[in-house]
Write a protein that binds this ligand. Structure first.
Ligand SMILES: [Zn+2]
Length: 328
């Protein structure tokens, strides 16, 4: 397997390049999100909220840790709030830490929504003067421990170190639905008289239930029972639909040459035709692997705003059908 030798040198060069790239994106991303936090806050309506409107900017501000959570919160509160995001889409903070400006925004915000399982969220929680405004959206979700149980930091922005838990709870319709419910409950506690939030949540909840049905039906109708992915971001998705996730990455690190050789064998045995990967990870490593087993590298997005659309795309990659997945 001559490709393994070239893989070795590839890993080294792509890793060092990736770190430099990451540092740049983090610096850029944090600046952008600070602008959006402090930005349009003020004069928004708040008409549907009891006692809302007219207050300082913080009254109209909600903070979320990652983009998919902004989708959930937006769907519930509509235009009543400015929703600031800490890690913008496309950013890959290897060791992300909230900036002082972001901490100030979090202090001002009515609520800070987190997945509850990403390391930097806990750093933030520890620094917040009123931790009761911190919302852990993983509540009620049966968490999965990370494969090797070891502590490591993800290149896509979240450490798996926190309690050895796999953090990708939002990349699954059922997890998302539970997160939406917790978000709604906390918002409803603050604004019990708002009927629009209740109606919005009911609509969101139905949409996520429909997403779950679509994915379940699609996978049941497909012969696919396993899929290959660079970084194991679909652990909860795989669990919920009875699929086997074969990850190239081991314990948060790129595979060793020995591990890669084993995975090549497994991929051939399973008849893998696609390798899923996130843009936050070095594509060239995936390409080498894909070429070796004759598979197609397919880019997925699990950190973007449109998590419903992205889950539908992932479903189509894993369980392709003659007719495309209906647009949500
Ligand atoms: Zn991850």
């Amino acid at each position: 397997m001559g490709f393994l030798r070239s893989y070795e040198s590839l890993v080294i060069s792509s890793l060092s390049r990736f770190s430099r790239q990451t540092a740049f994106v983090v610096a850029l991303g944090v600046g952008v999100s600070c602008v959006s936090c402090g930005g349009r806050g003020g004069g928004r309506g708040g008409d549907s909220r009891d006692g809302g409107g007219g207050g300082p900017a913080g009254d109209n501000l909600l903070i979320v840790s990652i983009e998919p959570l902004r989708f959930l919160v937006d769907e519930i509160v509509g235009d009543d709030f400015e929703v600031g995001v800490l890690v913008p889409a496309g950013a890959s903070p290897e060791t992300y830490e909230p900036t002082p400006l972001q901490m100030r925004a979090a202090e001002d915000a009515r609520l800070v929504f987190s997945t509850g399982v990403i390391d930097f969220e806990h750093v933030m929680l520890q620094r917040l003067s009123s931790p009761e405004r911190f919302v852990d959206l993983s509540a009620g979700i049966e968490l999965i421990s990370s494969v090797d149980g070891g502590a490591h930091v993800d290149a896509d922005g979240h450490g798996h170190a926190h309690g050895g838990v796999d953090p990708h709870v939002w990349v699954a319709p059922r997890g998302l639905a539970r997160m939406a419910r917790t978000a709604y409950e906390r918002i409803h506690e603050l604004y019990p008289d708002s009927t629009s939030y209740t109606a919005n949540y009911a609509r969101l909840s139905e949409r996520l239930a429909a997403l779950d049905r679509t994915v379940a039906e699609r996978i049941a109708a497909s012969p696919t029972r396993s899929f290959m992915i660079f970084h194991p971001g679909l652990t909860y998705f795989a669990r919920d639909y009875g699929l086997r996730q074969i990850a190239l990455e081991h314990d948060g690190k790129e595979p060793s040459v020995k591990q890669l050789a084993e995975t090549v064998g497994l991929a051939r045995a399973e008849g893998v035709s696609k390798i899923l990967y996130q843009s936050e990870f070095p594509r060239r490593v995936v390409e080498v692997m894909a070429a070796e087993i004759g598979a197609e590298p397919v880019e997925i997005d699990i950190l973007g705003y449109d998590i419903v659309g992205n889950i539908l795309k992932i479903t189509e990659f894993i369980a392709p059908s003659a007719t495309p997945v209906p647009k949500d």
